[in-house]
Design a protein around this ligand. Sequence first.
Ligand code: CTP
Ligand code: CA
Length: 224
Amino acid sequence: TLKALSPQDLAGKKVLITLGPTRESWDAVRFWSNPSSGTMGACMAMAAHLRGAEVTVVAGPTALDFPSDISVVPVNTALEMYQAATDLWPDMDIGCATAAVADFRPVSFGEGKFKKSDSRDSGLTVEFQPNPDILQSLGAHKNSSQKLIGFAAETADIAQEAERKLQSKNLDLIAANDISKEGSGFAVRTNQMYVLDSQGRREMWPQLSKTEVAWRLWDHLLLD
Ligand code: CTP
Ligand code: CA
């Protein structure tokens, strides 16, 4: 099998991966979300699994499925993802946050379905409130043997933003991509990554498939 051919350099490690979008409901039939497919997270999960890790995925709504020895916790909202990930974190060795978490959720309209006739003349304004930052919370509760990988999606100031997120979320490694470039970001098969680690290494990677990005990120984390 593929696993038998892979280096078992993550054997004995428990790995937590968040992936996919979140859905933030507003009324009975409507939600706020984004086009994340969960592909980068699935690639991180599969690579870790092949390299011997015990993988748990906290997954927002996606079309993905996983081999039965990867355990999957399905969630919808950012609050559910936050709850699941923070509960699992103390028992984990490595965390990897690939999820495209909605930064805000709509202030709920209520249980029922909003009728357009209620707003036909005035237009519709929806109010939002902030969601918790899941990765920041994992970073704030990271012990000395745990490692944490983050991602960043940027359309401007990629280097400064990646630097800031590496520090402020207490990460060991962050992979940032410029989603304004073709061939990077949401629902595409490749990514061009700017990779920064807490040891001071800074690397610009060529455009690679997400499978290869995942493999190299695990290599990078294992450097020391
Ligand atoms: N993240 C998270 N929980 C959130 C927001 C982000 O866990 N509520 C994680 C993402 O999974 C990613 C990293 O934080 O690994 C960076 O996400 P990103 O959206 O690029 O950064 P933000 O800190 O949300 O800042 P902004 O969107 O303003 O750039
Ligand atoms: Ca964000």
